[in-house]
Design a protein around this ligand. Sequence first.
Ligand SMILES: [Cu+2]
Length: 304
Amino acid sequence: MHLRTGRLSRALLATLAAGALVAGCGDDEEDGTGEAAKPTAFTVTATAEGKKKKALEFPASVKAGLVAMTLTNSDTVPRSAQILRVEGDQTVDDVLKVVNAESTKIPDFMQDGGGLPAVKPGASATATQNLAPGRYVIWDDEGGDEEGAPGNDEFGAKGEFTVTGEASDAELPEVAATVTATDEGTDGDDKTYDFEFKGLKAGTNQVRFENTGEQLHHALFFPIAKGKTIKDVEAAFASEEEPQGPPPVDFENGVGTAVIDGDIAQNIALELKAGKYAVVCFLSDRKGGKSHAEEGMLEELVVE
Ligand SMILES: [Cu+2]
């Protein structure tokens, strides 16, 4: 099991300081608990030696409360840093065995979620989130797109860290845009899966991604291909047959969020271009079954 403490370069420290400033901007006031709502910086670096040796480097622990997690990608391919709080004594590999399994079930020992979705080579991105105390598994969920190909976690990009101290009720800094994932109702046919969007524009959006449902969700934004409509996208995702011709969405230029649990929120940056997007969640309920995309968590978003 990898548990590395990153050695921060001068350049990285500068990036980190800049990220923390942006994240804390306009919210220097104390919150209700008397604790300053300024996120603690937590730096993750995605490294690689060749194509088959990859790592995530990060501190062994961070204080509970608002944490601005910055992922810097020093690899030549996209890299991510998904996190999950583990309620139990499951090891990193126990968790990743579930993540990489064919089954769509999500066991109860996997909680909260968050972290960073894919970051381009040479780039960095920050997610700000209120982390509860506990033990967290962190891994790179990228790679392995081709059938049977190992993901970056299987090349070593995985580990764990501890969030120490007391839980905090500090609020996330205010941002201009919101993406909300919901799954109202109780079960099965009564359940309504939905995305709501507020304030998204072309360009770099500072977004609060909020899960007000009970299940885990992510929000993946794929540009709808020229000449195609959301109906074509719905048909393609619903079809059991081998896809024919070019896909109705541009998978290459997709952006998105990490996976978060119900009652979890995080602030992230989302880079959107003017045009039509299909926004989708590919996860299933904890008990398994159909993907949320098949349950209707597939929305059109027009960005101007
Ligand atoms: Cu979902």
